[in-house]
Design a protein around this ligand. Structure first.
Ligand code: C5P
Length: 218
């Protein structure tokens, strides 16, 4: 491999995607939001009532699912079987179910394969939960992000409120705790810091400081 890969993992709502986007822009790398892929799969499962305990139905669903990233000058969007689902996958009903769907081995296998293809020949920054451990164990730089859970919930709450979502801080806090619990305790590639990942706690760091923290380590 001659292309460069930066892997960013960490808990929910730690600012992974904000930092990943800033890095990608600064370095001219491609940014891939792996969580958006799991969210798109979850949206399909919800819409089609795919039972998580029915291996055959899950396999059929995965065969039918096609996810693409579309990079345009002003924005990057994600499609599920051709449909722009960028906004829909951020809705709370998807967030509430995504960790259950992401825990399935078959789902992870399919997503990891597609992620590895994307990183086969391009310089990329990818964020998620298992990028440094499973998707790209040989990444050039690995970050493990964390922040105070209350601060994370407040940041996400403000973001959702700005988008006009009718939601309470309590609900956001519960959703983050629920996802972190499932993500860290699941059998299949749980969220865990890779031995060679640099820890970045951004509770008290602004975006510029976080970007500089990473650039200093490249
Ligand atoms: O990154 P985001 O918070 O949008 O991810 C949504 C969910 O997708 C996570 O809570 C986790 O359950 C799952 N996910 C995962 N592996 C990844 C990225 C996301 O299991 N690499």
């Amino acid at each position: 491999r001659t292309n460069k890969i930066i892997a960013i993992d960490g808990y929910s709502s730690c600012g992974k995607s904000t930092l990943a986007k800033a890095l990608a822009k600064k370095l001219g790398y491609l940014y891939v939001d792996s969580g958006a892929m799991y969210r798109a799969v979850t949206l399909y499962f919800i819409r089609n009532g795919v039972p998580l305990d029915d291996g055959r139905r899950v396999a059929e669903a995965l065969d039918d699912i096609h996810i693409d990233f579309h990079i345009e000058p002003d924005r990057t969007w994600i499609s599920l079987n051709g449909e722009d689902v960028s906004d829909e996958i951020r809705q709370m009903y998807v967030s509430d179910f995504v960790s259950e769907v992401s825990a399935l081995r078959a789902v992870r296998k399919a997503m990891v394969a597609q992620q590895q293809r994307m990183g086969a020949d391009k310089d990329i920054v990818m964020d998620g939960r298992d990028i440094g451990t499973t998707v790209f164990p040989d990444a050039d730089l690995k970050l493990f992000m964390t922040a105070d859970p209350k601060v994370r919930a407040e940041r996400r709450f403000l973001e959702l409120e700005r988008k006009g979502e009718n939601i309470t801080l309590e609900e956001v806090f519960e959703n983050l705790a629920h996802r972190d619990y499932i993500d860290t305790t699941r059998q299949e590639s749980p969220l865990v810091r890779a031995a060679d990942a640099i820890v970045l706690d951004n509770t008290d760091l602004n975006e510029q400081e976080q970007l500089q923290f990473v650039l200093d380590r490249l």
